[in-house]
Unconditional design. Structure first.
Length: 325
């Protein structure tokens, strides 16, 4: 079988050569699973200083966001990065027996970070940055009402019809046919061996590859929906800035709007940026968090986290709110 169907935009920046500058921690989720991550904490306590939780994309290790975390810290924020169960600092010895899903990553792992932020930074505002599925995870925590401001980047939950038309069928074959088939054979997805992101638990692959346009009809979404009658997204009343890039084949306008429609109690702004708006030829799905974009893209997120609004000179255009998809 020829597995050489990787897309250029699926590559991620390697973790920094030096050790992550944040301080490592371990945090148990509600079910007892131990999560690992890093904290950037200022020496003095200030209840007006926000703390930002960074939610990673599916199967991307948290060091990918360490430079961005440094940037936020240098601009007056405390920061928490972490790995979902099964990934990086939160990986067990074997993934074959690990029961983990997208909903676990949100309802258990992200929720554990919200509780950690409230405990470790009492009284401080809590903000969130969510990349790709990380924006969806931010809506699955029961304590989502504590989030003040949120920035998402290419945030969606991989509905294949929302992929960019020019690459849709190639992406469908890779993520919705080949990935689940390999997962069935191995008991998990050996992504590192194939240079397709990190190794990934089978339950996450099932959620990712199920070809439905509603999160509540994904395998783990059905469980949450059946248990509570509704998904927790309505708990979030934060001001949300959803950033999408025009050459991101995952983060198309329909994909971003599909996720935003779940945040019914939030004030949502969708900012669409073309690479040429910032003097670049390409950005794609992962490059936003590379330090090369510190001067062009990172100030957009910083301004929103600081003030809950876009600066007057922000590149790109805002997308009018659409009807529910």
């Amino acid at each position: 079988m020829n597995l050489d169907i990787a897309l250029p935009t699926t590559q991620v920046e390697p973790p920094p050569a030096q050790s992550v500058s944040g301080h490592p921690f371990k945090e148990p989720a509600a079910d007892g699973y131990t999560l690992g991550g890093y904290t950037w904490r200022h020496s003095s306590q200030d209840i007006t200083r926000p703390v930002v939780i960074i939610n990673a994309a599916t199967s991307v290790r948290c060091p990918h966001y360490s430079r961005f975390a440094d940037y936020l810290f240098d601009n007056g924020f405390d920061v928490i990065t972490y790995d979902y169960r099964g990934i990086g600092e939160s990986r067990p010895l074997s993934l074959r027996q690990l029961q983990a899903s997208w909903s676990d990553w949100g309802a258990l792992d992200f929720e554990a970070m919200l509780k950690r932020a409230k405990r470790e930074f009492p009284g401080q505002p809590i903000d969130v940055v969510g990349h790709s599925f990380g924006g969806c995870a931010a809506g699955l925590g029961a304590s989502g009402h504590v989030i003040r401001n949120m920035v998402t980047v290419g945030a969606q939950f991989a509905y294949w019809r929302d992929y960019a038309p020019a690459q849709r069928w190639r992406m469908f074959g890779k993520w919705h046919v080949v990935m689940p088939l390999i997962t069935m054979l191995c008991g998990y997805f050996p992504g590192k061996r194939l240079s397709w992101l990190e190794d990934t638990p089978a339950g996450v692959v099932r959620d990712w590859s199920t070809p439905t346009g509603l999160y509540e009809t994904r395998p783990s979404g059905r469980i949450i929906h059946a248990a509570g009658g509704s998904l927790p997204f309505a708990n979030v009343s934060a001001k949300i800035l959803a950033i999408s890039i025009t050459d991101d084949p995952y983060g198309t306008i329909p994909a971003i709007e599909r996720l935003l429609a779940y945040f019914i109690n939030s004030t949502n702004t969708h900012l669409r940026i073309a690479p040429e708006d910032i003097g670049e030829q390409e950005v794609g799905h992962f490059a936003f968090f590379r330090s090369a974009y510190q001067a062009t893209l990172w100030p957009i997120a910083l301004s929103w986290l600081q003030h809950g609004e876009l600066a007057p000179d922000t590149p790109g255009r805002t997308v009018p709110r659409s009807q529910p998809l």
